[in-house]
Design a protein around this ligand. Structure first.
Ligand code: ADP
Ligand code: ZN
Ligand code: ZN
Length: 737
């Protein structure tokens, strides 16, 4: 070890956002008081030719870098750490467990505006709001100054003010308005205490099961208490969350609520807003950078009592956490599927342990992992076995459609049922997990089919836009008029997507409105919210959609839910597919009969004897899950064993397989008992977006054993320089294809 020659003896050990999984040493910037240097602050550093924002992890008095090579950091960016000690510990743990570079993990955990110091200086030192004069201005009167009019109009509906970034207007425009006396600067919102205007005092009285779940958790507010709130659809899990949140707020603490996709749960956010007398910090991908930063600051300062967000919110800085809730804990979107592949659910449990507070995992269809944790007494089970209020569980029937006459996936029996529900004034929801018009376009004369040039997949026909689209890489092209192979004009659309079902429904039920909800109909901002409102108000009698419709919504008017096609899910190769299928069926079914009227569920299938379906329909999800867990145990699969998946991809066909074979070779000297390889094999869809893909599964009975192995093996893989192969490691992978 050599001592640095610089004036001070302090070395900054910094996590820099770079793919290299190690820390980098720097000398402090010149003329910086060492008192301002503490772990968790941001430091601007030179990195190659660039300047990057890193996080100070620790300081030292010596470094192995030669004094002449040791570079000095450029600037200390914070007076107080952006990550307090416990948050930093969480990120460090996650970086280690998921084998993802700490610098990049830190960057993921920061709001974008804090990753780039220049942007940050421009944006967050103050916000803008209207003066009294400004409030009285009619934006319409500013005919020749449309940008000014837009700013005024936006601030008139955002009384709490907006950042310059959120206003999305040039500084010159804002300055002009300020000079006119219409706008003024205010401190950013962490200083503001807002009160919710629509605060409701009307309360739900919890039923016995809800009360028991509530009380058990409330009695444990001062300790680590991981629990699984298993409540059937419509059992009132949200009411339990709300009661607990109120309790925590009374103690002047904060609650972190993680949800799968906020866009899909506007009702939840609305209910929280109405029932809780605290500012909510809402974090999701629909926010712009300024709004994201504001929410982050509200969480960190403690101004927001409740922080509700999608998976990345698990990294929120929290002033005084008292409870963590993970809603729909089984949902795959809680696991990030690229880059930093963390599970927000699992990190939430880790974080609750760190703070010694309860964590409530809620679901009607819990993951097998969480159920296993209940079986092994790691989690407490809180169950809500019945629907709340006057609603009861819907009746489920399997409808055998073999040999029956069908019009575009709608059997005659189903059509009659739909008619009967509509006539009685009920609302009908049809579920098909395929958007577009038809998944296959085929030439009737020569058999040519439309394939994606970049993927091993068919192109889906979208009739309204006359396009072929690949759902795997988003490649789009016009529908050819003639077959490119033989010139025939007889191109036929095979199979059904939601667009086609919509057309069929309009033909069968011309007097009723059909509301289709899928990614194609809801791509415009705000359109999903509007559609969901129409659906829940009962205005649209026929609802049709993909899994967007399945999640957590409360549509009290729906009396019939029809699942048009379960067969595809039953035939999938992934070991988790039956679990996913069962969850989806129960969740979709759960949209039926949530009001006063008894609900019904019809599942069309060509495989009515399928054991999974039989089990699920006759005995329900818990019985299914028990059986599925037994199968996993016999097959040595999670949650009974641990998996990690090494993936490789390349534009060259054979390279990913060769790369993984080599990686497996590298492991030979490291192999200890208890590590098994499955593969490598080409990915089930080998080519996607022009890249060939292969995968190698590593399995072990012990988490620690697997981690130890990965820690030795991955650095060796990282040392294999290959310019054409990209690799990644996925610990606890959620899909294995
Ligand atoms: P879940 O999230 O479990 O599917 P929700 O929390 O959405 O269920 O509740 C379903 C419906 O039941 C909501 O309309 C809710 O207002 C109502 N509800 C919940 N708890 C009660 C209760 N104790 N008494 C009456 N109605 C209730
Ligand atoms: Zn042809
Ligand atoms: Zn494609």
């Amino acid at each position: 070890m050599t001592r640095p020659s610089s004036q001070s003896c302090i070395i900054l050990r910094i996590a820099v956002p770079s793919p290299v999984n190690r820390l980098f040493d720097y000398a402090p910037p010149e003329k910086v008081a060492t008192t301002s240097i503490q772990p968790g602050i941001r430091v601007l550093v030179p990195f190659g030719r660039r300047q990057l924002t890193g996080i100070l992890i620790e300081t030292d008095t010596s470094t192995t870098i030669h004094p002449q090579k040791l570079r000095a950091a450029l600037e200390i960016l914070d007076h107080t750490p952006v990550f307090d000690q416990r948050l930093l510990a969480l990120i460090k743990w996650a970086s280690r467990y998921y084998h993802y570079p700490l610098g990049e993990a830190c960057a993921t955990a920061l709001p974008v505006l804090l990753r780039n110091p220049k942007q940050q200086k421009r944006n967050i030192s103050f916000w803008w709001t209207l003066t009294d004069t400004g409030k009285s201005i009619q934006p319409g009167s500013l005919k020749n100054a449309s940008r000014q009019a837009t700013v005024i109009a936006r601030l008139q509906v955002n009384a709490e003010g907006l950042s310059g970034d959120a206003l999305d207007a040039p500084l010159s425009v804002l300055k002009t308005l300020e000079q006119k006396g219409w706008l003024k600067k205010i401190p950013p919102p962490e200083m503001i205490k807002q009160t919710s205007a629509a605060y409701h005092t009307q309360q739900i009285t919890l039923n016995a099961a809800q009360t028991s779940a509530f009380e058990q958790t409330r009695n444990k507010l001062d300790s680590f208490y991981p629990c699984l709130l298993e409540g059937v659809t419509g059992s009132g899990k949200t009411a339990v969350y709300l009661a607990l949140i109120k309790e925590v707020l009374k103690r002047q603490q904060q609650v972190l609520v993680l949800v799968p996709e906020i866009g899909l749960t506007p009702q939840l956010v609305q209910r929280f807003g109405e029932q809780l007398d605290t500012p909510l910090a809402v974090m999701h991908s629909g926010l712009n950078k300024g709004q994201r930063l504001a929410a982050w600051q509200q969480a960190r300062s403690g101004a927001a009592g409740v922080i509700i967000g999608t998976r990345s919110a698990v990294f929120s800085a929290l002033a005084k956490p008292g409870l963590i809730i993970v809603d729909e804990e089984h949902d795959v979107s809680l696991k990030q599927q690229e880059g930093f592949r963390y599970s927000a659910r699992d990190l939430a449990v880790w974080r609750a342990h760190q703070y010694q507070i309860p964590v409530v995992l809620g679901s009607a269809t819990p993951s097998l992992e969480s159920l296993h944790n209940v079986q092994t007494n790691r989690y407490t089970l809180l169950s809500l076995p019945e629907r709340a209020g006057n609603a009861s569980m819907p009746d489920m029937t399997l409808l055998d459609v073999r040999q029956s006459s069908m019009q575009d996936n709608l059997s005659d029996t189903l059509i009659a049922q739909i008619q009967s529900h509509l006539t009685k004034g009920g609302q009908v929801l049809l579920f098909l997990n395929r958007r577009g018009f038809a998944p296959v376009m085929l030439c009737h004369d020569c058999g040519w089919s439309a394939k994606c040039q970049r993927c091993d997949a068919n192109m889906t026909y979208h009739r309204s836009s006359r396009q072929l689209r690949c759902h795997h890489c988003d490649h789009q092209q016009r529908l050819p008029v003639q077959c490119p192979e033989c010139g025939s004009s007889e191109l036929i659309a095979i199979g059904q997507g939601t667009e086609r079902i919509e057309a069929a429904l309009q033909k069968c039920f011309p007097q009723y409105e059909v509301l289709r909800i899928d990614r194609d109909t809801t791509s415009r901002k705000g359109s999903l919210k509007k559609a969901l409102k129409r659906a829940s108000s009962g205005q649209a009698p026929i609802l049709l959609g993909t899994q967007m419709l399945a999640k957590g919504h409360h549509f009290p008017g729906v009396t019939l839910v029809a699942i048009l096609d379960v067969d595809q899910g039953l035939l999938s190769a992934d070991f988790r597919s039956s679990e996913r299928m069962a969850q989806l069926i129960i969740q979709v079914a759960g949209r039926s009969g949530r009001g006063e009227q008894q609900g019904e569920v019809i599942i069309q299938t060509h495989q009515p004897e399928h054991p999974l379906l039989q089990q699920l329909i006759s005995q329900g999800y818990p019985a299914f899950a028990k059986l599925a867990l037994q199968e996993r145990q016999l097959a040595l699969l999670p949650p009974y064993t641990q998996l990690a998946m090494l993936r490789a991809e390349s534009p060259q066909a054979d390279e990913p397989m060769n790369y993984l074979l080599n990686a497996k070779q590298l492991a030979t000297p490291l192999l200890s008992d208890g590590i098994n390889f499955w593969g490598p094999v080409p990915a089930p869809m080998e080519r996607r977006a022009g890249r060939y893909r292969a995968q190698l599964l590593v399995q072990s009975a012990e988490r620690a054993c697997l981690q130890k192995f990965l820690r030795q093996w991955l650095p060796q893989i990282a040392n294999q320089k290959s310019t054409r192969v990209r690799w990644s490691i996925d610990v606890d992978p959620q899909d294995t294809f």
